[in-house]
Ligand binder design. Structure first.
Ligand SMILES: *Cc1c(COP(=O)(O)O)cnc(C)c1O
Length: 492
């Protein structure tokens, strides 16, 4: 399978190459040239790992079956995920189910992809004869940093440096990151906001002089965010597996169409559902759920993407985003791989912060995506309602999607809501929403949530307060380059 750039500005390459490169150097993202089919009926009784091999094999054709199997076995086992099936599917009333994606080491759905991506990268490097020591640079506003640290921890030939805004992540998220073990991990607090971290990392990536200097020392930069195909493709697997599990649990019958409702930020997770649909999974509609930062809801309503707007901090911070990078892949697909259109739209976006799609593209988007957005009071209200009527606890991100799907007439089609984080990751707001007394201290709120609900504490946050802090570096935003050089001195 060859991969092409959404802007037709890079030679088509095999998956090992595009996983190693990450994003297209001149802008644009890699997508598969053709979309293979997967035989869903055949997977009716498959384990998660069997499904993973069946879905990934036809996408990563340059990986041998043994190489792929090795990656899958290393990523998904009872050391990494706390349930043998990796994900869980639970009915929530007759019309809805929840797909729990947070059973990995850091309690967010990003683990499903970031537990396997480092193995893909290591295998890709071996295949390409790439001898550089890879340095993964990550700017994080919370969940990605820890999931990437856990994925790349102790990975041979790869090291990882995570930058986070000193005041811009929750107490829990910070604590998760600074207590990370592993001799190849480094976590740095930046005096600034997330944008400072992100633009700092971007300028390191594009610093030719720095790259040259690193290459001499045997290092090369790479990235772990969801623009890398190696991070996106593992997410297709759980949509296929969830379907099989729904059939096994007799919640649906084999062949029935279903909807997925996805709490969306960077558009990676919902895009994986779109690829699952294109591979043959009977998905009727994709419900794209936004919080108060409703740029995607407006886009799917109007055909106009406009990032010239107020940015809000919400109780679902991982969805607080104004540029949804993976939307570019979706637009490339619905336009039938029209790179000229994509180039025009994204040039306009860079120049004016805005673009508008044509009527034909709009109609093709409408055929598969239903947009929606949920205001802050409704998010918290929904957590309370779901708890009182089903005895089930959801986090603030999941609540956005539950609230959206609850308010919709789905025409008798069963709707599965992606649950993207354990409620323990955002317990302060969850405790408040289910009517407990608000505890300001985040660690105390974990205990409080357990007392109130009896839900077992997720191991990602269990005993976190007592863990040894291993990363204490704090720097100014203009010290990121010097810091990277200093850290690499120790790794050389
Ligand atoms: C990252 C994240 C999201 C958004 O996922 P995208 O793939 O960026 O759309 C939603 N919920 C949680 C908890 C997340 O960590």
């Amino acid at each position: 399978m060859k991969y092409v750039s959404t802007r037709d500005n890079y030679p088509a390459g095999q998956s090992a190459e595009v996983i190693n490169v990450g994003m297209v150097p001149g802008g644009g993202l890699f997508v598969p040239r053709d979309i293979p089919a997967v035989n869903v009926a055949e997977l009716a009784a498959a384990s998660y790992n069997q499904t993973a091999r069946c879905v990934l094999n036809p996408l990563l054709t340059d990986f041998s079956s043994d190489e792929l199997g090795g990656c899958v076995e290393h990523a998904y086992n009872l050391d990494t995920f706390d349930i043998p099936q990796v994900i869980a599917v639970k009915a929530l009333g007759a019309a809805h189910s929840i797909m729990e994606l947070w059973h990995g080491p850091t309690a967010a759905f990003k683990d499903v992809a970031l537990q396997i991506m480092p193995h893909f990268l290591a295998a890709a490097k071996a295949k390409l004869g790439e001898s550089h020591h890879t340095v993964i640079l990550v700017a994080t506003s919370g969940d990605t940093g820890k999931a990437a640290l856990e994925g790349f921890r102790d990975c041979a030939g790869i090291s990882i440096i995570v930058f986070y805004p000193e005041e811009g992540v929750s107490e829990i998220q910070k604590s998760q990151m600074v207590t990370t073990e592993g001799s190849n991990t480094s976590v740095v607090a930046v005096k600034g906001n997330f944008d400072d971290c992100q633009s700092g990392v971007k300028s390191l990536f594009s610093d030719a002089q720095l790259r040259g200097r690193l290459a001499t020392d045997g290092f090369a930069f790479s990235s772990a965010n969801s623009i890398n195909w190696g991070r996106l493709c593992p997410q297709i697997v759980y949509y296929v597996q969830a379907y099989a599990m729904l059939v096994q649990q007799r919640i649906i019958a084999a062949g029935d169409p279903i909807n997925f409702c996805v709490p969306t930020g960077n558009f990676g997770n919902i895009l994986a559902a779109y690829y699952a649909k294109r591979m043959g999974l009977p998905i009727k509609r994709l419900l794209c759920a936004s919080n108060k930062n409703k740029i995607l809801a407006d886009f799917f309503e109007s055909g106009i993407y406009d990032k010239n707007r107020t940015f809000y901090r919400t109780t679902s911070p991982s969805m607080d985003i104004l540029i949804s990078s993976n939307l570019e892949r979706f637009l490339f697909e619905v336009t039938g791989h029209d790179a000229a259109k994509i180039r025009a739209w994204y040039t306009r976006l860079a120049e004016t912060g805005r673009f508008e799609v044509d009527a034909d593209t709009k109609a093709r988007m409408d055929a598969v995506v239903t947009p929606g957005w949920v205001n802050e009071p409704d998010v918290l209200h929904t957590i309370g309602t779901v708890y009182r009527s089903h005895g089930y606890v959801i986090d603030t991100h999941t609540a956005v999607a539950v609230a959206m799907s609850a308010g919709m007439d789905s025409d008798g089609v069963h709707t599965v809501v992606d649950s993207t984080a354990s409620p323990y990751k955002f317990s302060r707001n969850v405790v408040a929403a289910i009517g407990g007394k608000v505890v300001e201290d985040e660690f105390e709120s974990i205990e409080k949530l357990h007392e109130l609900t009896g839900l077992p504490v997720h191991r990602a946050v269990e005993g976190l307060r007592e863990k040894r802090v291993r990363h204490t570096r704090t720097i100014a935003a203009d010290e990121m380059r010097a810091t990277v050089l200093d850290i690499l001195k120790a790794w050389r």
